[in-house]
Design a protein around this ligand. Structure first.
Ligand SMILES: Cc1cc2nc3c(=O)[nH]c(=O)nc-3n(C[C@H](O)[C@H](O)[C@H](O)COP(=O)(O)OP(=O)(O)OC[C@H]3O[C@@H](n4cnc5c(N)ncnc54)[C@H](O)[C@@H]3O)c2cc1C
Length: 421
């Protein structure tokens, strides 16, 4: 590779805060809201012009129940504003881990309101490109935006970028997971009743598409292997009666933090999306008057970097174990729990990690990347940061029993009566 040496330069410091939350997905928003509620002067940075991360940016709009901790507030806000959005109020009967569609535009709107009501500062259209590290601790980040290259200083930082950007820039250990990528898109004008009369249920669409591929009427062969050989459409993805949220197949083997591969993935999956929409319109009754309303802002990248933290629990442990340092219980029903060590990167101080880049064994991450888990880890990281700041200790030095008590008092039922004194 060819290299150039950039001239030394002075970088303006545009903010100096208690807590900097990097990334405005469900994990980052939950972290910022909960930290501010616990007294931390908090700034949230986000590269896009809206919040919600993959939920809004990649149109991943189906979530298991949002029924514990900060998720209850999120669910209530979405439900109260939605014309029709089947996310349930807490206490309503829902099957554990059933998926519910949420409206991405309402998500964008309500997440901003939640931050503003708690006094969180927000800086959008700002890309984090480097971590500032002194004596083994993260002291802030370097960002780039329309204002040029700038520095933001912070007493503590939460990495909720989904890709562990801040942790990786700070040289915390991480591993890379290459999970399938998917372009999600929404179609409007669908006569769902007639479509379902032809195909039985939405999952059957995959069968219809596969048959068309086998007959040579539809091709997704763009030189890249597609999982399942065909895209799928799922009934639970229905947002409004005439609107479908469609999953256009899995693109395998691409690296979501490699810009060239990410570019390829965008091009290929958008081509898939358009071919699939054309096929549905021409071949499935009820789709005659439909059209793509919008494709997602970005291809859905399930996983990239994940930190190697103080703890890396297995699937079995996450599902059954009451860790002494349990600080996350994403669902009111079900026994899933996570230890504080999953949020603490090894070797780097002043940094907590929340969301889909936390530390756990790969097998467990399939469940831990789900939306309610990401926001629950955000809540734990946000409260931990605020408590550590108040006590003048690093996140690693924090007395976890204080964190557990604060989380319980603030609505995250950890189900640990014996541990929380
Ligand atoms: C195709 C697909 C289908 C899925 N299906 C489901 C499902 O059915 N149900 C479910 O519960 N979950 C599902 N998931 C998983 C779930 O959507 C995500 O794991 C979850 O939303 C991640 O939330 P997060 O806040 O951790 O990260 P993200 O949503 O990725 O948020 C990270 C935020 O940080 C910002 N950011 C990143 N890097 C930078 C930077 N350098 N500078 C500034 N900002 C930055 C991003 O723009 C983003 O807003 C799916 C995911 C995909 C991709």
């Amino acid at each position: 590779m060819q290299w150039i040496t950039e001239p030394e330069r002075q970088t303006p410091v545009i903010a100096d805060v208690d807590l900097l939350v990097c990334g405005g997905g469900f994990a980052g928003v939950a972290a910022a809201v909960c930290a501010a509620r616990n007294g931390a002067r908090t700034l949230l940075l986000e590269r896009y012009g809206f919040l919600g991360g993959l939920v809004t940016g990649a149109l991943v709009v189906t979530t298991p129940p949002l029924d514990n901790g900060i998720n209850i507030e999120i669910a209530q806000r979405l439900r109260d504003r939605a014309v029709y959005a089947p996310c349930r109020y807490p206490g309503e009967e829902v099957a554990y881990l059933n998926l519910h569609a949420i409206d991405p535009e309402i998500v964008k709107y309500e997440l901003v309101r939640m931050l503003r009501e708690r006094g969180v500062e927000l800086l959008l259209h700002t890309y984090i490109v480097e971590s500032i590290v002194e004596e083994g601790g993260v002291k802030g980040v370097i960002v780039e935006n329309k204002g040029g290259r700038q520095a933001i200083l912070a007493k503590m930082v939460i990495d909720a970028t989904g890709d562990a950007d801040v942790a990786a820039f700070a040289k915390a250990p991480f591993r890379v997971a290459k999970k399938p990528m998917t372009m999600m898109f929404n179609m409007v004008g669908v006569d769902s009743e007639r479509a379902l009369a032809q195909i039985g249920n939405w999952s059957n669409l995959k069968k219809f598409v596969k048959q068309a591929i086998d007959r040579g009427e539809l091709s997704f062969d763009l030189g890249i292997y597609m999982e399942f050989g065909a895209p799928g459409v799922h009934a639970e993805n229905l947002i409004y009666p005439d609107e479908l949220n469609i999953w256009s197949g899995n693109l395998l083997g691409m690296d979501g933090v490699d810009p060239q591969q990410l570019t390829q993935a965008e091009l290929i999956t958008r081509e898939h999306a358009m071919r699939l929409a054309d096929f549905l319109k021409k071949n499935i009754q009820g789709f005659e008057n439909s059209r793509i309303e919008y494709t997602a802002t970005q291809v859905g990248v399930r996983a990239t970097r994940q930190i190697v933290g103080e703890a890396s629990p297995s699937m079995e442990e996450v599902k059954t174990k009451k860790f002494e340092d349990t600080v996350v219980k994403p669902y009111a029903k079900g026994e899933m729990r996570l230890p504080y060590g999953s949020l603490l990167p090894q070797n780097v101080e002043n940094l907590l990690v929340a969301g889909r880049c936390i530390s756990a064994e790969e097998e467990a991450m399939g469940q831990l990347r789900l939306i309610p888990v990401c926001s629950a880890t955000g809540q734990a990281a946000g409260v931990a940061a605020a408590l550590a700041l108040r006590q003048g200790v690093t996140p690693r030095q924090l007395d976890v029993s204080l964190l557990q008590r604060a989380l319980s008092e603030q609505g995250m039922e950890l189900g640990l009566q014996k541990v929380v004194r």
